[in-house]
Design a protein around this ligand. Structure first.
Ligand code: PMT
Length: 394
C-alpha cells in the first residue's frame, strides 16, 4: 500500500496538457496520508483550475509571488521550508530551463531555489522538445544538482507525435515519491529517542518545566521508523499524536525518563537525547498546595540525574547522540557538552528559535569537526540528522 504518512508535499504545476493528471495525483497523495499544498504557474491554470486543486488538496492554492494575502498566511520562504518534497508535475521544457538556470521569476521557481527540500520533476513535453540538445543539457544540469527526474514515458502524445515525452501516470509518480522516503538505512536497528520536556512537581498543582514541544523528537522518531528502524520514543508531556509504528513510553519527570531510558537502551543501537530535561527538581514535593504566606518563597532545588551521561557510561553502549539548545556561543557550548557527556555526535541549535518552532537550524558537532545544516522544517532536518547518524554507525 502507498504510504506517505505525514509527508509534506508541495506540488508545483506548470503549463502543459498533462496538468489535468494532477487532480488524480493529489487525490493519491492525500489518500496516502500526505499533506499537500499546491503552487500553480499562470499557464497551468489554463489546463486545470485552482479551485479543483484546492478542493482536492484541502489547502488554498498559491499562484503569485507578490500576493499580499498569501504572504500574510504562510509566506513563500516559510512554504519553502515547510516542504519535505517539492514535486513539479508536469515540468514543461520551459520550466526545466528556468530551474536549471536558477531563475526566480515566479512563485514556483522561487520556492525551488529557496527550499532545502528534496526536489523531483515529472517532465512532460513534445518528443522533439525533449530530445533537443538544450533540454538534454538542462536535464544533465538538474540531475547533477540532485533533482530526481521521474520519466518521461514513451507513447502517443497529445499533439499526435509518438516518442518520449509523456508524463508518467499519477500512480507511477506517487510510488516514485513514496520511494524517496524509504531509505531503509536503519533497517534492523533499534533507535531510542527521548523527547519533550520533563515536569518536576512543586506541589500537587504546580511544576517546573520548559517550552519543549516534542516536535524535533517526534520528527526524528517518524523518520527513523520510515528508514526501517524499530523506534522507542520516551516522551515527556506533549500535545502530539504518536508517530505511526513507533513505541511511545510516556514519562513525566527526569527520574522516570532515566529509568525508561536505561530499560529501553539495553538492546539499542542508537540513543538520541532530544529531550529538554529539567536539570534540577524541588528537593521536596509538598503534599498539599503551597500557600501564599510571605513576600518571598525559597525553593531548594537538587540536581536531576543526567540521562544521556548515564547512557554513555554503560559498558555496552549504543551510539550516543545529544542535542544542545543554546542562547549564545552555540558552537563552543555544544562542543563542551559533546566532550563532557562523552557523546558521539551532538546537534547544537539556537534555543530561542528552536523551542516549539516548526523549523530548526542545527550545527552537527563531533570530534572530527562541525557542519551547519541550512534552516529547514524539523522533518527535513531529522532526515539529514539520521543520514549522518547512520553513516557514523556504519
Ligand atoms: O521539542 P522542540 O520544541 O521541538 O524543541 C527541540 C529542542 C530545543 C528541545 C531540541 O532541539 C534540543 O536542543 N534539545 C536539548 C535541549 C537542551 O538544551 O539540552 P541540555 O543542554 O540541557 O542537555 C544537553 C543534552 O543532555 C541533551 O541531549 C539532553 O537531552 C541531555 N540531558 C540533559 C539534562 C539531563 N538531566 N539529562 C539529559 O539527558
Amino acid at each position: 500500500m502507498l504510504s506517505l504518512s505525514n509527508k509534506r508535499i508541495l506540488l508545483g504545476i506548470t503549463g502543459g496538457i498533462a496538468a489535468y493528471k494532477c487532480a488524480e495525483l493529489t487525490r493519491l497523495f492525500t489518500k496516502a496520508g500526505a499533506d499537500v499544498r499546491v503552487v500553480m504557474t499562470k499557464a497551468s491554470t489554463e489546463f486545470v483550475t485552482p479551485l479543483t486543486m484546492q478542493a482536492l488538496s484541502g489547502n488554498r492554492v498559491q499562484l503569485d509571488l507578490l500576493d499580499a494575502e498569501a504572504e500574510a498566511g504562510m509566506g513563500h520562504i516559510e512554504l519553502a521550508r515547510w516542504a519535505d518534497l517539492i514535486l513539479v508535475a508536469p515540468t514543461t521544457a520551459d520550466a526545466m530551463a528556468r530551474l536549471a538556470n536558477g531563475h526566480a521569476n515566479d512563485l514556483l521557481t522561487t520556492l525551488v531555489l529557496a527550499a532545502p527540500a528534496t526536489v523531483a520533476l515529472a517532465p512532460a513535453m513534445n518528443q522533439g522538445m525533449w530530445a533537443d540538445q538544450s533540454t538534454q543539457a538542462n536535464l544533465a544540469t538538474l540531475q547533477q544538482r540532485g533533482f530526481h527526474i521521474f520519466g518521461p514515458a514513451a507513447g502517443e502524445q497529445a499533439c499526435g507525435d509518438i516518442g518520449l515525452g509523456r508524463m508518467l501516470e499519477p500512480l507511477e509518480i506517487a510510488k516514485a515519491c513514496a520511494a524517496l522516503f524509504e531509505t531503509g538505512k536503519l533497517a534492523g536497528k533499534h533507535v531510542v529517542i527521548t523527547g519533550g520536556p520533563t515536569r518536576e512537581a512543586l506541589d500537587p498543582v504546580r511544576f517546573l518545566t520548559n517550552h519543549s514541544s516534542g516536535k524535533m523528537a517526534y520528527a526524528l522518531a517518524q523518520e527513523a521508523y520510515s528508514a526501517g528502524a524499530k523506534v522507542t520514543l520516551i516522551s515527556g508531556p506533549v500535545n502530539l499524536p504518536k508517530p505511526d509504528g513507533v513505541i511511545r513510553i510516556d514519562v513525566t519527570t527526569a527520574s522516570e525518563m532515566l529509568a525508561a531510558s536505561l530499560q529501553a537502551v539495553d538492546d539499542a543501537d542508537i540513543f538520541i537525547g532530544v529531550a529538554a530535561v529539567a536539570d534540577y527538581r524541588p528537593a521536596t514535593v509538598e503534599t498539599t498546595k503551597i500557600k501564599k504566606k510571605s513576600d518571598q518563597l525559597e525553593i531548594l532545588l537538587i540536581r536531576n540525574p543526567d540521562i544521556i551521561s548515564e547512557v554513555s557510561k554503560l559498558p555496552k553502549r549504543p551510539l550516543v547522540v545529544g542535542f544542545a539548545a543554546e542562547t549564545e556561543n552555540i558552537l563552543e557550548n555544544g562542543t563542551a557538552k559533546l566532550e563532557k557527556k562523552n557523546l558521539d555526535l551532538l546537534f547544537a541549535n539556537n534555543a530561542v528559535e528552536t523551542f516549539n518552532n516548526d523549523n530548526i537550524t542545527v550545527t552537527a558537532i563531533s570530534k572530527q569537526g562541525s557542519q551547519e545544516f541550512p534552516t529547514s522544517n524539523k522533518n527535513v532536518a531529522a532526515r539529514r540528522m539520521l543520514s549522518l547518524i547512520s553513516d557514523r554507525l556504519n
